[in-house]
Write a protein that binds this ligand. Sequence first.
Ligand SMILES: Cc1cc2nc3c(=O)[nH]c(=O)nc-3n(C[C@H](O)[C@H](O)[C@H](O)COP(=O)(O)OP(=O)(O)OC[C@H]3O[C@@H](n4cnc5c(N)ncnc54)[C@H](O)[C@@H]3O)c2cc1C
Length: 463
Amino acid sequence: MNDRNVGIADPHSFVPSRKVDRLDVFREKYAAERDKRLTKEGAEQFQAIDFTGKFSEFDADPHVDGPREAGPMSLDLDVLVVGAGFMGITAGIELEKVGVSSYKILDVAGDFGGTWYWNRYPGVRCDVESYIYLPYLEETGYVPTERYVRGSEIYAYCRSLAQQHGLYDHALFQTRVTGMEWDEDTARWTVRTDNGDEFRARFVATQSGLFMRPHLPGIPGIESFAGHSFHTSRWDYEYTGGDDSGNLDRLRGKKVAIIGTGATGLQVIPQLAEYADEVVVYQRTPTQVMPRQNAQTDVDWFKSLKPGWHRERRAAFDKCVQDRATVSDVDDGWVKFAKYQMDAVFEAGGENPSLEVLIDAMERSDYEWNEMLRDRIDASWRTSRRPTSSRPTTARCASVRASATSTCLVQQGLGRHRRHGEHADRADHRDRDRVGRSGARLRPDRLRDRIPGRTLVDGQGGL
Ligand SMILES: Cc1cc2nc3c(=O)[nH]c(=O)nc-3n(C[C@H](O)[C@H](O)[C@H](O)COP(=O)(O)OP(=O)(O)OC[C@H]3O[C@@H](n4cnc5c(N)ncnc54)[C@H](O)[C@@H]3O)c2cc1C
């Protein structure tokens, strides 16, 4: 199995051609860039969304009509699963397989899907190949249509998994867990929700995700911004028109600003640029971007895979990306980079390099790889049609293929928002009246903070 099986024309063409001689030059350059971006506020620079406060609409679910219909419940259960994303679905399927029937799966969302329920922005796709990313492919016989499928296909797959395994009978949506306590006497968790439910469960599985809540940049004035604005994980198609494949026809004639150029920003920006009259991209820190090398699935190849292939392919990929093993059939960007680094380490120090040699070779190869990416972005920017920005960035790479009247990149962070649909920064871009924002709040380490909404988790012995 190799990339030729999934339609990649020349999988080996993407290799750095330049060697880095002076590590100190790169270190200085990176340190200078880091210093530009450090703020004394640290993580406090972001604006947490308060469910009931002035930013609550950024967290509202655009996919449901009204509140949950079912009244408050009081139930004794064997297992309570919090979260109906892939982890919650997997938990449900595995419970079914071992014959546990006394369980519920709770989610704030209106359906199964988790990440793929919430993130329906234009351009959304997986960035790990679907043959690895989607679970239970052998059991279901499902053939993903492409190597990197659209979010809508993943969302549909989540729902079909839930359907096939009878999980809808156990689901309770539009329900936020607000607290859970361990009762030493009854040896049960008591779990409460924002709908007034009370569940008593022997086991609780918190599958509430990593990117559990959207967050906003803490820009002074953001609360009084009067243009239409929303978060990418709550995309407003009523406003933009279209769907996750594009066609954002209601953006014609409009000026749009987007804050953030992470993985989501990169997927969204070309779509905005295709339809809006003007797009301003606010980029504080460029992200790494590689060719996607997407392709339609070769169905004959897919059907020729031998039993056990799915587990093997996933394990080989994980080993390569996480343990830096050098053998994998996948050969995508993740694997190519891991291989490049491992080859560099081997070349410098053989099978058993010293720690010093290992660190040096990994750092050097990392710079070489990223130089190659920067060169590529520069080259594609030079051939673009209407750039109005001046320095190489990853966001350009995303936007150059699009045909917006003007795509402008603002390299600094936002200074402050102005009222009436204007925003301001050091370059003073006025009159943009629509702002999209991307970014999510990562899950904190402490169990008690994993349930958002000021929930307290009180476990055994008060832990
Ligand atoms: C846009 C995007 C693209 C991604 N692409 C990839 C990719 O290509 N490859 C990859 O490996 N990973 C990707 N990820 C990471 C992705 O989140 C995981 O792959 C995976 O989907 C996580 O599944 P999960 O079930 O753990 O969590 P989630 O899918 O986040 O589901 C958690 C669920 O818990 C619910 N929840 C949270 N708190 C509560 C509460 N208090 N009460 C009730 N319900 C609650 C949430 O509403 C949510 O539905 C992507 C993430 C994003 C945001």
